[in-house]
Design a protein around this ligand. Sequence first.
Ligand SMILES: Nc1ncnc2c1ncn2[C@@H]1O[C@H](COP(=O)(O)OP(=O)(O)OP(=O)(O)O)[C@@H](O)[C@H]1O
Ligand SMILES: [Mg+2]
Length: 362
Amino acid sequence: MQLEQLKIHQFRSLETTELQFSPCLNLVYGNNASGKTSLLEAIYFLGRGKSFRMQTSAPLIQQGQTSFHLHGRLSNPISKSSFSIGFHKVGAELLVKLGGERVKKLSEVAKLIPFQVISSDSHKLLEDGPDVRRRFLDWGLFHVEPQYHSDSKNYIHSLKQRNAALKAKRPKKECNIWLEKMEECGTRLNETRSTYLADLVKVINNLHETLALEEKSLGFKLLTGWNQEFPNLRDYWEAQYPQDYFHGFTGGGPHRADLLIYFGERKAKEHISRGQQKLFAILLLVSQVIQVCKQTNKTPILIIDDITAELDQTRVQCLLDLLADLPIQIFISAINPIELNLSKWRDKKLFHVEQGKLKEVV
Ligand SMILES: Nc1ncnc2c1ncn2[C@@H]1O[C@H](COP(=O)(O)OP(=O)(O)OP(=O)(O)O)[C@@H](O)[C@H]1O
Ligand SMILES: [Mg+2]
């Protein structure tokens, strides 16, 4: 997918504007607090109906205003089709239109436009708890495996019902009635995750070798979230029932899965620097973008906020050169573009932003 055009009105500090983008690289630059991240947020909003910086959308409405409006034109270079997308946020309400038609579920938009974001929070992929890595895997699986989204929703729905019954100390039969659906969907979630990861690891290792920045190799292990000595999930949950009843929630299962990441022989989380964390997070996120390109007819859009943060010039340049070879549209922000050598990019556009005023640099 490619974003050809974007109209912005009353979004954060940005002045009302209409921009035409390059299908390859778009670089926005400017001083601190000029509006770089705000532009990337507006672009991301088109695919997800939310910011990548925060959960709530109210702070995105320009101060002193009561609404914002975003309107984009997207095209699919593979199917050669194009459509418009509009978001109108008025107070607490969000109106979404796809090709002029009202859309009720944001997942319909998310499916169509795979946005991947690399931001100042990306190092958390290695540093934080398991849920951030589950969300990482979920992003790719959502786009690659058609059934994953509904399995995931059904599993979580049944899990919540069971947890409510456990918390209310309902009889065993009432608590365990949900196990059938949980096992059916949970087993599939687990199998799909491990197949997907096996393919993804090949892409990650390939990129790691191409970048040739670190000597040690990366290793990955999927923790399923429950004791593997049990032949199936049902037997495991039956055996765990006394503990689950005592605690008032389902302790183990695919909702507790994690991805262990090794650097050489050691756990990456405990042995790498902040810059390495950022570099490896980028490696993982970019690999997923490549994987989605390979396994679907979707072409993701990659957003990188402040590409130079935490990385030295060699690493930034290696990354840029690597990104230039990908068949995707990329939006990057930086404070100073002079530090970046963009000669490998066949098609690019630069935008300067100053106090919310965006201007294409020609
Ligand atoms: N709802 C809003 N209305 C008006 N201004 C806002 C709103 N939300 C944020 N701002 C302001 O917009 C300005 C630009 O913020 P933004 O995060 O886009 O800057 P940036 O160029 O990414 O800066 P940095 O280089 O520090 O990351 C900031 O001064 C911020 O306070
Ligand atoms: Mg910023």
